[in-house]
Design a binder for this molecule. Structure first.
Ligand code: ZN
Ligand code: ZN
Ligand code: ZN
Length: 484
């Protein structure tokens, strides 16, 4: 099987070092440093032999209290969602203006209306909407950009004037957004809320993945092929590319530091060989995530018969290999060669699949229309003369959220319980891509913090069936009680 990937054979030692689980001591140190760097008190990560990592309260939490805000390690907006929401490519807050958000969406939907769109193959989107903002009614709008039956188009020119700022909607100044800063690499794909987000993204992964003029044409072409393939098959590949890029860039930074050290001590032995200890250090954040090969852990879709399971899994593996070859053509670096093996690529994707943590950010466009709706006479009537046609043009989808997939280092340590003491929930003020965990009841210092990966109201059998996709059988107190 593995003969399709020569790197897998050449770099077998490095690959197994990268994939060997970190020791409890390394885990403890990594999360201790992470929590300290973030100034985050009140929680601890502990590793125990039976259940792997877990997140524990290091203070008492009251019901409804914020337990944790967790910035992502890597994340990406779903490609289709980019039509509906213009967000910062690094922190995922909405940018531009209410008018730009609306005008841009109407414009892009119009462009799309004539195109057909394919759906994802081997998609992880079945898990969408199950974790964040679970109480929000409107969170079921993944593939909605095509439907248009209840929409009334705006008169000609209005969409353009929304986009170019000529038309200002009433009271929109109350919902001002940060300006949209285009990617300095000139790709026209990535936008940011600030130069600092642009620089942070450039330094962490985008400098390798930018398709702008600043990259050489052969690489740009290869990157575009890779991105097209991911958009047509599964956008989880884009996330994997970000994880590989950020590891490569970290490797280069750490190597530069180590060379400097060597120069100081005059022990320089410059080589272009992979320096495994540096690569392991750069890989550390990714090494903390629970991993399995994607083609082994992906849940069998309902429409695939169990007798076809082996061929389905092989097909998924070949799809990953196809994607990896395209990525390799674009950004291969001999010093980081092990990262381009199918084994590592499969495990990175598997980590995203297993930890499928949804990225959800509520839309200020929804807040805006709710505000208009709450106005009183005569302001409301006046405002609605202008806003009602806009709302009619948007149809029922005026409130589409920013959606994507991300890996959150701390949220991914939260274990499951069918009677959890916490939940992933975004409050009014949580307008960015961070995961937010709220205490669902009071939590005592020392208690493990748990969330439910599935709908808690399902029956025992249904819960166990859903949890089987995550690769475990639940033994929480509720399950032990309800087990027939
Ligand atoms: Zn930002
Ligand atoms: Zn760019
Ligand atoms: Zn349970």
């Amino acid at each position: 099987m593995d003969s399709i990937c020569p790197i897998g054979l050449q770099c077998a030692t490095e690959i197994s070092a990268l994939l060997s689980p970190p020791s409890p001591l390394q885990v403890q140190k990594y999360y201790h440093d992470l929590l300290t760097a973030r100034g985050c008190s009140g929680i601890k990560v502990k590793q125990d032999g039976n259940f792997g990592k877990g997140l524990y309260a290091d203070m008492d939490f009251k019901e409804g209290e914020l337990v944790l805000k967790d910035p992502m390690l890597v994340g990406a907006q779903h490609p289709l969602n980019k039509i509906d929401c213009l967000v910062c490519s690094f922190c995922f807050c909405f940018i531009g203006s209410i008018e730009l958000q609306i005008g841009r969406r109407l414009y892009m939907q119009h462009l799309r209306a004539n195109e057909s769109h394919g759906c994802e193959v081997g998609s992880s989107s079945k898990h969408c909407h199950e974790m964040d903002s679970s109480d929000e009614e409107e969170s079921t709008q993944q593939c909605t950009s095509g439907s248009s039956k209840t929409k009334v188009p705006l008169p000609e020119g209005i969409v353009e004037s929304l986009m170019n700022g000529q038309l200002v909607l009433p009271f929109s100044e109350k919902f001002s957004l940060p300006p949209a800063v285009p990617c300095p690499g000139g790709c026209g794909e990535a936008y940011y809320c600030s130069m600092s987000c642009a620089e942070a993204d450039w330094g962490s992964s985008h400098s390798l993945l930018c398709t702008g003029e600043s990259s050489d044409s052969a690489r740009r072409e290869a990157l575009l092929k890779f991105i097209k393939h991911a958009n047509e098959t599964n956008d989880i590949f884009l996330l994997a590319a970000k994880a590989i890029s950020s590891t490569m860039l970290m490797y280069r930074k750490l190597k530069a530091v180590s060379l400097e050290e060597q120069m100081k001590h005059n022990t320089s032995c410059v080589s272009n060989h992979c320096n495994l200890s540096i690569l392991l250090e750069a890989w550390k954040p990714i090494s903390m995530g629970h991993k399995r090969r994607w083609w082994d852990c992906i849940a069998l879709p309902d429409d695939v018969d169990s007798s076809d399971e082996a061929s389905f899994r092989l097909q998924i593996k070949m799809l990953a290999f196809e994607s990896l070859q395209l990525l390799k053509t674009a950004i291969f670096d001999k010093e980081c060669e092990p990262l381009f093996s199918l084994e590592i690529y499969g495990n990175i994707i598997g980590m995203f699949e297993l930890n499928n943590l949804d990225l959800v950010v509520a839309s200020p466009v929804e807040d805006y229309f709710l505000y208009i709706d709450d106005l009183t006479y005569p302001n409301k009537e006046e405002a609605e003369k202008i806003t009602q046609p806009v709302l009619d043009a948007l149809g029922e989808e005026y409130s589409i959220y920013c959606e994507g997939t991300a890996f959150f280092p701390l949220q991914s340590c939260l274990n499951h319980s069918c009677c959890p003491n916490a939940k992933a929930f975004k409050r009014e003020e949580d307008k960015d891509g961070q995961a937010t965990i709220i205490a669902q009841r009071s939590i005592c210092k020392g208690e493990e913090i748990t969330i439910s990966y599935v709908d808690e109201d399902l029956t025992f059998e249904e819960r166990q069936a859903s949890l089987a996709d995550y690769g475990f059988r639940c033994r929480c107190s509720k399950c032990i009680e309800e087990e027939p």
